[in-house]
Design a protein around this ligand. Structure first.
Ligand SMILES: Cc1ncc(COP(=O)(O)O)c(C=O)c1O
Length: 453
């Protein structure tokens, strides 16, 4: 059967990748002239030939994200089950906008989301949808929060509110909120930067102060975003404290757990997300720590009625609302036509089981601990604190950019540069592959120490 052939290809790829360069060495002109010389689309080419050429380009001209020594941004190695799911989704091409066109796909997604929604402590009738990624999920959160706080926003727009609505986050929050403030018409200045403590966590006292001052000055505070696993340093904001303030001040509490949210399925790690169960809404990406291919975000919201109000749409070519408990997904999402995003999480979960998945997440966390400890032993200084597998580090006199360039050109590992707290440059290494081993880490740390000596 064709899937067993696909599995062979996948397994060969996975066993070969550790021997490949991680970082490509290519100039944009080289790729562009290669494409121009071969593909003017004036004649049809044999598919086999094109596929093998595309594979050649992907092997040579990309950072190998699924390499066990790729310690980069939150881009994961992927499981075969999730790759197969993406192929199936493309092959059957179900349209998930409406329930009646794709009952099986819709219910598979609903079933999968209900499982995770319960893990997050959302109520039974919470709304949950797959999104293109975390940015769309965060956008959904802002739109729904605005709809709840200002019922006139949907029909009349922001300019009728008689004040400027404000959102509270930190400098460590994801940059998608800047774009969202722009897109929604709130304006980028609607974002209030709350102070952080020495561990880069939001300072609840400063949050309270800023909300009070803004109210006194005629602004309209409506939302707080806590992050569970910040992009730069993996910090987890004090979710319980933020939740208490949000209840007291009548503010929407959103938790951006795009990466860290997966920890909720680990009996060992979920403690670090304590307080997330009180969130009004949550962002969590399956294409980060759930190890499925791009793009699979998720948006959870305890107020299904407000989600329905925010995304309601009525058009003559649309099916009428169905009788019974079934809602068409286009009424709870920014998207209309939608790919069968959820199949990759469903198939992988079904294949590996909850404990298999928790094991993958715990393994990566352990590798993060191993990395932290061996760096310290080798004389590097750790500059972030998080229980998640993300380590930021430096050493006296290190020229971070030059060091990274060497690290990459020698194909030791892929890491990135980060400015902790906004200024000190440091190296950032995140364990994103369930295939990374202690031997990989030992080798990388010893090579790095040699390079820095
Ligand atoms: C904390 C956080 N939130 C949101 C996002 C955006 O997610 P996506 O890239 O899936 O749109 C990211 C991406 O890295 C992130 O780290």
């Amino acid at each position: 059967m064709v899937f067993s052939q696909l599995k062979d290809v996948f397994e060969t790829l996975q066993s070969d990748i550790p021997n490949w360069p991680i970082t490509p060495c290519v100039r944009v002109e080289e790729i562009q002239s290669y494409l121009r010389s071969r593909y003017d689309f004036t004649q049809a080419l044999p598919l086999d030939q094109v596929v093998s050429d595309v594979e050649k380009m992907l092997r040579s001209w990309q950072v190998q994200i699924t390499h066990p020594r790729y310690f980069g941004l939150f881009n994961p190695s992927v499981t075969f089950a999730s790759v197969l799911a993406d192929t199936l989704a493309a092959m059957y091409n179900p349209q998930l906008a409406a329930w009646r066109t794709s009952p099986a796909a819709n219910e598979i997604e609903r079933h999968t989301l209900s499982w995770l929604s319960a893990k997050f402590g959302m109520p039974l009738h919470a709304s949950a949808t797959f999104t293109s990624g975390g940015a769309e999920a965060n956008l959904s959160a802002v739109v729904v929060a605005l709809t709840r706080a200002f019922p006139e926003y949907g029909e009349e727009g922001l300019h009728r509110l008689g004040g400027c609505p404000t959102i509270y986050l930190t400098r460590e929050s994801h940059h998608s909120f800047n774009k969202i403030a722009h897109i929604t018409g709130l304006g980028r200045r609607a974002l209030r930067t709350v102070a952080t403590d020495y561990n880069l966590k939001m300072d609840p006292a400063d949050l309270s102060t800023q909300v009070t001052q803004d109210r006194q000055n005629g602004f309209l505070p409506f939302m707080v975003t806590g992050t569970a696993g910040t992009t730069a340093a993996g910090a987890i904001d004090p979710l319980r404290d933020l939740s208490t303030i949000c209840r007291r001040e009548n503010l929407w509490f959103h938790v951006d757990a795009a990466w860290g949210g997966a920890a909720v399925i680990s009996p060992l790690l979920k403690i670090h997300l304590a307080g997330i169960e009180t969130a009004d809404s949550i962002t969590c990406d399956a294409h980060k720590w759930f190890s499925v291919p791009m793009g699979a975000g998720m948006f959870f919201c305890r107020h299904a009625d407000v989600v329905a109000e925010a995304f309601r749409a009525d058009a003559p070519y649309m099916p009428r609302k169905m009788a019974g408990p079934v809602n068409d997904p286009y009424t709870s999402s920014v998207q209309w036509s939608r790919r069968f995003i959820g199949l990759k999480l469903f198939l992988a979960l079904a294949r590996y089981g909850e404990s298999g998945y928790a094991g993958m997440i715990e393994h990566q966390t352990k590798m993060g601990d191993v990395l932290r400890e061996s760096l310290q032993k080798a004389g590097w200084r750790i500059v972030n604190r998080t229980p998640l597998p993300l380590v930021c580090f430096t050493r006296e006199g290190l020229d971070t950019s030059a060091f990274l360039a060497e690290l990459q050109s020698r194909q030791i590992a892929w890491m990135s540069e980060v400015r902790i707290g906004g200024d000190t440059p440091a190296l950032r290494a995140c364990i994103t592959s369930f295939r990374t081993t202690e031997a990989d880490i030992d080798w990388v740390v010893s090579e790095m120490s040699r390079l820095a000596a």
